[in-house]
Design a protein around this ligand. Sequence first.
Ligand code: AMP
Ligand code: ZN
Length: 479
Amino acid sequence: MSEIQFHNTLSGRTEPFVPLVPSAVSIYTCGPTVYDFAHIGNFRTFVFQDVLRRYLKSRGFRVVQVMNLTDVDDRIIQKSAAAGVSIRDYTDKYIQAFLDDRRALNLEPPEHLARATEHIEDMVALIQRLTAKGFTYTSEGSTYFRISKFPAYGKLSKIDVAGMQAGARVDMDRYDKDNVRDFALWKAPKPGEHFWETAIGPGRPGWHIECSAMAMKYLGETLDIHSGGVDLTFPHHENEIAESEGATGKPFVRYWLHAEHLLVDHEKMSKSVGNFATLRELFSHGQKPSSVRFLLASVPYRRQLNFTPESLQGAAGSVDRLRTFVARLATGKFPAGASPAMAARAAKAREEFDESLSDDLNTAQALAAIFDLVRDVNIAIDRGEFLEGDAAPVMGVLESFDAIFAVLLDDDAEKLRALGFGKDSAGPSDAEIDALVAERQAARKRRDFAASDRIRDQLAAQGILLEDSRDGGVRWKRK
Ligand code: AMP
Ligand code: ZN
């Protein structure tokens, strides 16, 4: 297998990936600020992080991923006050929506989902550690990080610290800090605002300290990978480095991976621009979860992704093609025997697939390897040259593909119903049941019993019973 290479923002280079502990990888991924539904730009980054963890797992690593949920910030305080509910009740709703959206996109759950408000003590302890080392000062009840005390500041984003200082000086009197570059670790409460009573005074944490404290709590003082969208490089990640390395004196993160933005009309999708779409909006227009996942995963993470309705249609077509192909392999009747040439063809596809992903997760090239294989196998089938024993090695490649891309199981209708879209009490149509039964047959054929059981359970939950007949077929009936 090819050596894994990742582009590291810190070094500015693509480097061989070697984790600190040989068989395990620790990953910290900046999560959403839960004041609203996440948009598909956010999900571009979250899908990339899912592809990353799935790929590392497929290479045999044990992955421990932490994702934070920023459940306190200015917007949350304002919006919950406007809605007349507590911060907790306000954010619960959007956390639940985020988890539901993740499930719809087949994003594996991180090992730790950490709410900021449940880690206030850890943040306070980290601020105290920084204070003990002389990195902080207080002003009007807030605590700030003094950047001039941390000479390495700017090493991640390569920001011109001196220029930033000079250019911003005119704004100095708008701040109650010694230098505009300094950032708040702890914010004094404004009148009427929610606050925590702590050893460093009343207030609430700054955003950056949240990630430093939670990352080190769960993953130790040096992590293998830290990732987020490119907009987080400065100041968020730069500040996380200053806080963490200031406190520990050790390297905070070995590999920084940043995803490029999802764009609309060549502009970053964002809440503030207003050019955003939530997953739910797409679903309510009849788009499928698998199309969205496929589209977001198909463009390598360091390339910008310009989102258009056509690109989503293209993704839906690609997923259909792959599902039809798997069903054809599973249900087709092929002549007995096996051809060494087809086994070699499958092995070549697998090698190309792995090589592409090992090259900084080049998903576009990995997909090309899969579609080339699909084309060649379809040609062989049409010519009557594809033999019964050829199905297993080809299915094996598709299984490796699906361990990363996770789009083959045809459960879109079910997922949409779970989110409240599509038909409800009437249950699935005959055609939908037939499709799921065929999908289950395909899963059994590739010996993916977890998937086949999932489909059977899903149908059972909707009152549809399956009977496996002796000739290998399946009959279904409604209870
Ligand atoms: P936020 O909820 O704004 O803190 O963002 C959550 C994650 O989404 C962060 O990793 C951001 O960098 C990322 N993100 C925000 N907008 C986009 C976008 N248009 N494309 C890709 N990632 C984004
Ligand atoms: Zn963060």
